[in-house]
Design a binder for this molecule. Structure first.
Ligand code: PEP
Ligand code: MG
Length: 593
C-alpha cells in the first residue's frame, strides 16, 4: 500500500480542482461548446415564433431534467435528486422566463441572445450583493449558468451523443457540463471528466463525486488544446491534467493509479473502525457538514457524528430569510439521518464573508470580520435568531443534538443566549412541541479573549470546540481570505499551540469535552498535535476522515504526547512541523500529507 508522490512534469500539466480519489488515463472525448450568435428578427410574426421556440426549449429541458432525476442510480437518488429539483425550480423562475421573453419582444433578437443577456443580468445581481462572493452564492450562480447552458442546447436542437459514440475508457473533456449531462454519461465507457468551468462545490462536482467519476474541474483554456483521441492523464487527487504524456509519465501513472485505488479501497474499508490509539486512547472523529448533499458520504467515510453543522449556507442563497419550518425540516433530516450518533448544530455564523443579501448592503464598507458577525449578529437581530433556535429546539426531539455558539468573546453573550433558549423552550412547550429534555450548549473558542477566559467560560459551557481558522485569523491579526498574508497563517505557530493547550486544559479542569473543528483537525501533522494536547474529538470535511482515523489507530497516545511536548518547546512553526513530520514519517509513509 505504498502511495507514490504525484508526478509533476515541467510542462504540459494543467492545473484545476481535483474531485475524487483516483488517477486515470484514456483518450479524450471532446464535447463541443455552444457558439451563440445574436441575430435580429425581421417582424412581429418572427418574434411570436421565437417566443414559442423559447417556451418549447423550456418544456423539453424540463422533461430532460425529470428524466435524469428518474434514472439516477439506486443509492444516489434521494440525495442528488434535489439538484434536479433546484433546476426545475429555477426553470419555473418567473424572472428568467419573463425577462428573456421581454427581451425577445423589445430588442427583436433571437432567444439564445436574449437568454444570455438575462444570464448576465442575473449574475450581475448576484455578484453585486456581496463584496467577496460566498461559495454558496457562487454555486447558485453556477446553477443558473448551467441551466442556461441546457436551454441553449435545447434551442440549438443538438442531441447528446449516443452512448456508443463514447470510446471505451475515454476521458470526457468539455467547457462545462450540467448535472443532467453528468448523470447521462455512460458509466461503463467514461473513465473520467475534465471541465473548464465548475468549482469543488458545484452540483456537477458533487454529482461526479457521488457517481464516482474522477474529475478535474476549472481547468482554464483546455478544450481548444485537446483533439479527440488525444491521450491524457487525469489525477483527481492532485487536480492535474497531463496532455499527450510521454512513456515515462504513462508508466509512472499506471503505478499511481493502482496505488491510489488500493489505498482508497483499503482506507475506506476500515474507516468504520472506531478511532482508538494502540494504547486505547479514544479520539472521536466527526464530520463538518455544510450541504445536505454530503450526508450519505459523511456516513460512508466513517464519521462518528457531525461535529460542526454550518447552518448559515441556506441564508445566503436568497433575498428572503428561510422560514422556521424550512429550517426545522433540514435540521430534522440531518439529526435523524445521523442518529444515534451526535449532531452539533452551530447557530448562525453570518457576517464577514457570509452576509445574506437581505442584510448585505447596510454593512458595506465596514470591516465585517470585526463587526456584527456570528453571535453578535444574532443578538442584534433576535427575531432572526429566535426562528433558528425554535427550529433547533424542535429538531432536538428527533435525535442526539448539541447546540454550539460561534465567535463568543464575552461571558455575557453565553448568558444572553441561554436566557433566549429558555424563553424559546417555554414558548414551544406551551405550543405543544416536543423538545429534548437536555440540550447541551457549547461554545466555539475562536476569539483570543475567549481563550484567556477559558476557565470562566468552561463554567457556563457544556463543551468547547476550537475554531482554529478564526483563532489563527484573530490572534495573528490577518484576514483569512487575504492571500497576501497567507504565509502568516501558521497553525503550528507556538502561540497558537499554546493557546489551544490553554483551552484544552481549561476544559479538562472543568470536565467538559473539547473538540477542534477548524482546518487544523484535517491535517495529519496538526491533528497529531491536537491529539497530543488532549482533544477529545476532531471534526473535519468527510473526505479527510479515513486518513485521520488511520493516523489515530496506528499511533500510541504516549508517543504523540511526547512529540507534542517537544513541539511546544519550539519557537517557530517550521521547527514544530519538522518534528512532527519526522515522527509521522514511518507511521504514514504510504499516505500523502
Ligand atoms: C473556524 O473558525 O475554525 C471554524 C470552524 O469556523 P468557520 O470556518 O466556519 O469560521
Ligand atoms: Mg469560525
Amino acid at each position: 500500500m505504498l502511495l507514490p508522490p504525484p508526478f509533476v512534469p515541467a510542462s504540459s500539466v494543467f492545473k484545476g480542482i481535483g474531485v475524487g480519489t483516483a488517477a486515470v488515463q484514456g483518450e479524450a472525448f471532446v464535447l463541443g461548446g455552444l457558439n451563440v450568435i445574436r441575430s435580429n428578427l425581421p417582424d412581429d410574426e418572427a418574434v411570436t415564433v421565437e417566443v414559442e421556440r423559447f417556451l418549447q426549449a423550456v418544456d423539453s429541458t424540463s422533461a430532460k431534467f425529470k428524466a435524469a432525476k428518474a434514472i439516477l442510480p439506486r443509492g444516489i437518488a434521494g440525495q442528488d435528486e434535489e439538484i434536479f429539483e433546484i433546476y426545475l425550480a429555477l426553470l419555473k423562475e418567473p424572472f428568467l422566463q419573463k425577462h428573456t421573453i421581454s427581451l425577445i419582444h423589445q430588442e427583436k433578437i433571437n432567444a439564445e441572445a436574449a437568454l444570455l443577456m438575462t444570464l448576465d443580468l442575473i449574475q450581475e445581481i448576484m455578484g453585486s450583493r456581496v463584496a467577496t462572493p460566498d461559495p454558496y452564492i457562487k454555486r447558485r450562480g453556477e446553477d443558473v449558468a448551467q441551466l442556461v447552458h441546457s436551454l441553449l442546447k435545447s434551442l440549438s436542437g443538438r442531441e447528446e451523443p449516443p452512448e456508443n459514440f463514447y470510446p471505451q475508457g475515454c476521458v470526457v473533456v468539455a467547457k462545462e457540463m450540467t448535472p443532467a449531462e453528468v448523470v447521462a454519461l455512460p458509466r461503463d465507457r467514461v473513465a473520467g471528466l475534465v471541465t473548464e468551468n465548475g468549482g469543488r462545490t458545484s452540483h456537477t462536482a458533487l454529482l461526479a463525486q457521488a457517481l464516482e467519476i474522477p474529475a478535474v474541474m476549472g481547468v482554464s483554456s483546455l478544450v481548444d488544446k485537446v483533439t479527440p483521441g488525444l491521450r491524457l492523464i487525469l489525477d483527481a487527487v492532485e487536480g492535474h491534467v497531463i496532455l499527450d504524456p510521454d512513456y515515462d509519465a504513462q508508466a509512472f501513472y499506471r503505478t499511481r493509479e493502482l496505488a491510489l485505488a488500493t489505498f482508497h479501497r483499503e482506507i475506506v474499508r476500515v474507516a468504520h473502525i472506531p478511532s482508538r490509539t494502540l494504547d486505547d486512547r479514544r479520539v472521536e472523529i466527526h464530520a463538518n457538514l455544510e450541504l445536505l448533499e454530503e450526508l450519505p458520504a459523511v456516513t460512508s467515510y466513517g464519521a462518528e457524528g457531525i461535529g460542526l453543522y454550518r447552518t448559515e449556507m441556506v441564508y445566503l442563497s436568497r433575498d428572503c430569510l428561510p422560514t422556521e419550518e424550512e429550517l426545522f425540516e433540514s435540521y430534522r433530516r440531518v439529526v435523524t439521518t445521523i442518529h444515534p450518533r451526535e449532531v452539533t448544530i452551530r447557530t448562525l455564523d453570518l457576517g464577514a464573508d457570509k452576509m445574506p443579501a437581505a442584510f448585505g448592503r447596510q454593512f458595506e464598507g465596514q470591516n465585517q470580520a470585526l463587526g456584527l458577525r456570528a453571535i453578535r449578529f444574532c443578538l442584534k437581530y433576535p427575531d432572526v435568531f429566535r426562528a433558528q433556535l425554535r427550529a433547533i429546539l424542535r429538531a432536538s426531539a428527533t435525535g442526539n443534538t448539541r447546540v454550539m455558539l460561534p465567535m463568543i468573546s464575552t461571558l455575557e453573550e453565553i448568558d444572553e443566549v441561554k436566557s433566549l433558549l429558555l424563553d424559546t423552550r417555554r414558548e414551544l412547550v406551551a405550543e405543544g412541541h416536543r423538545i429534548a429534555p437536555a440540550l447541551p450548549v457549547g461554545i466555539m473558542v475562536e476569539v483570543p479573549a475567549a481563550v484567556v477566559m477559558a476557565r470562566e467560560m468552561a463554567q457556563k459551557a457544556d463543551f468547547f470546540s476550537i475554531g482554529t481558522n478564526d483563532l489563527i485569523q484573530y490572534s495573528m491579526a490577518l484576514d483569512r481570505t487575504n492571500p497576501e498574508v497567507k504565509d502568516l497563517y501558521q497553525p503550528l505557530n507556538p502561540s497558537i499551540l499554546r493557546m489551544i493547550k490553554m483551552v484544552i486544559d481549561a476544559g479538562k479542569e472543568a470536565r467538559i469535552p473539547v473538540s477542534i473543528c477548524g482546518g487544523m483537525a484535517a491535517d495529519p501533522v496538526a491533528a497529531s498535535l491536537l491529539i497530543g494536547l488532549g482533544a477529545d474529538m476532531l471534526s473535519m470535511p468527510y473526505y479527510n476522515i479515513p486518513v485521520i482515523k488511520r493516523l489515530v489507530r496506528m499511533s500510541f497516545f504516549e508517543d504523540i504526547q511526547k512529540v507534542t511536548r517537544e513541539a511546544l518547546q519550539t519557537t517557530s512553526s517550521r521547527d514544530a512541523e519538522a518534528l512532527v513530520r519526522e515522527f509521522l514519517r514511518d507511521k504514514l509513509a504510504d499516505a500523502q500529507f
